[in-house]
Design a binder for this molecule. Structure first.
Ligand code: NAD
Length: 263
């Protein structure tokens, strides 16, 4: 199968690092014109230049905006009025005891992880439906099905994304627009490295080793028994965004290494 996304405009939110960067790289390598987003204009510009250098001839643009607010989403929409592919990747995560998570923290997770994708889909899907072709992908998590007791505030936001994606897929019934959720398991992203940096430095271990120990201790149902790479997650997303994936919609697609114990 040859995935060719030439002529398609793709916006990947939060794509200056981690899973978002790997998705942006994969889509650009498949020929899409990719819009890189992050909060800081300098980081966005550096990422655009880095990818242009890495992928000769790739078509890339930058659009800085903080997607944890309605103003940020509006600014991004103003800068980039129309796309064919929207990957709602922006998201925050981290463990915290339920009894210590106050209302403001719940609101922050809801705004950043759920409303960012709601606002962008509300705008961009209208153009996709008019043109009768589009791809919307929500980067949820296995934590949206397998709610971690130490990250209930996060698990809730990831379940909400799956719900929104399923509803939007039905809204696009009978058209060439598909909407799906992709559910990664533990993935060696920059955010994951930040979360375990102190332990890695203190114990003098590689991130891969710490990742494996994290998986065995906290996601012991994992079948691959290791942390996934960002490229492994991106491969699934690039496929879902492809022309060939036209019969896959309304799905919650797991790239979780088998963590969710179901068939
Ligand atoms: P990351 O922390 O490595 O990268 C996040 C990127 O988001 C950075 O470029 C950062 O600048 C940007 N960002 C953060 N807040 C933003 C905002 N308000 N507006 C715009 N950009 C913002 O993250 P990651 O681990 O790659 O996670 C990406 C997505 O994947 C998230 O939705 C996360 O919930 C999901 N996910 C991650 C894992 C994992 O193990 N890493 C597992 C399952 C799901």
């Amino acid at each position: 199968m040859q995935i060719d996304l030439s002529g398609k405009n793709a916006l990947v939110t939060a794509s200056t690092a981690g899973i978002g960067l790997a998705i942006a790289t994969g889509l650009a390598a498949a020929g899409a014109n990719v819009i890189i987003n992050g909060r800081h204009p300098d980081t966005v510009q550096k990422t655009v230049e880095k990818l242009r250098h890495q992928l000769h001839g790739a078509s890339l643009q930058g659009a800085a905006a903080d997607l944890s607010t309605a103003e940020g989403a509006a600014a991004l929409i103003k800068a980039v009025p129309s796309v064919d592919i929207l990957v709602n990747n922006a998201g925050i995560f981290g463990p915290k005891p339920f009894f210590d998570v106050d209302d403001a923290e719940w609101e922050r997770y809801f705004q950043t992880n759920v409303m960012s994708g709601v606002r962008l889909s509300r705008h961009y899907m209208q153009g996709m439906l008019q043109r009768n072709w589009g791809r919307v992908v929500f980067i949820s998590s296995e934590s949206g099905l397998n709610i971690p007791a130490d990250m209930i505030h996060y698990g809730f936001s990831k379940t909400a994304q799956i719900s929104v994606a399923r509803g939007l897929a039905k809204l696009a019934a009978g058209t060439g627009v598909t909407v799906n959720s992709v559910l990664p398991g533990p993935t060696l992203s920059d955010g994951f490295k930040d979360m375990v940096r102190e332990t890695a430095e203190r114990e003098g271990k590689s991130y891969e080793q710490i990742g494996k120990e994290f998986v065995m201790a906290h996601r012991s149902s994992s079948i691959i028994q290791r942390i996934a790479t960002t490229e492994e997650v991106a491969n699934m997303v690039v496929y879902v965004c492809s022309v060939q994936a036209s019969a896959t919609t309304g799905a919650a697609l797991r790239v979780d290494g088998g963590v969710v114990d179901t068939i």
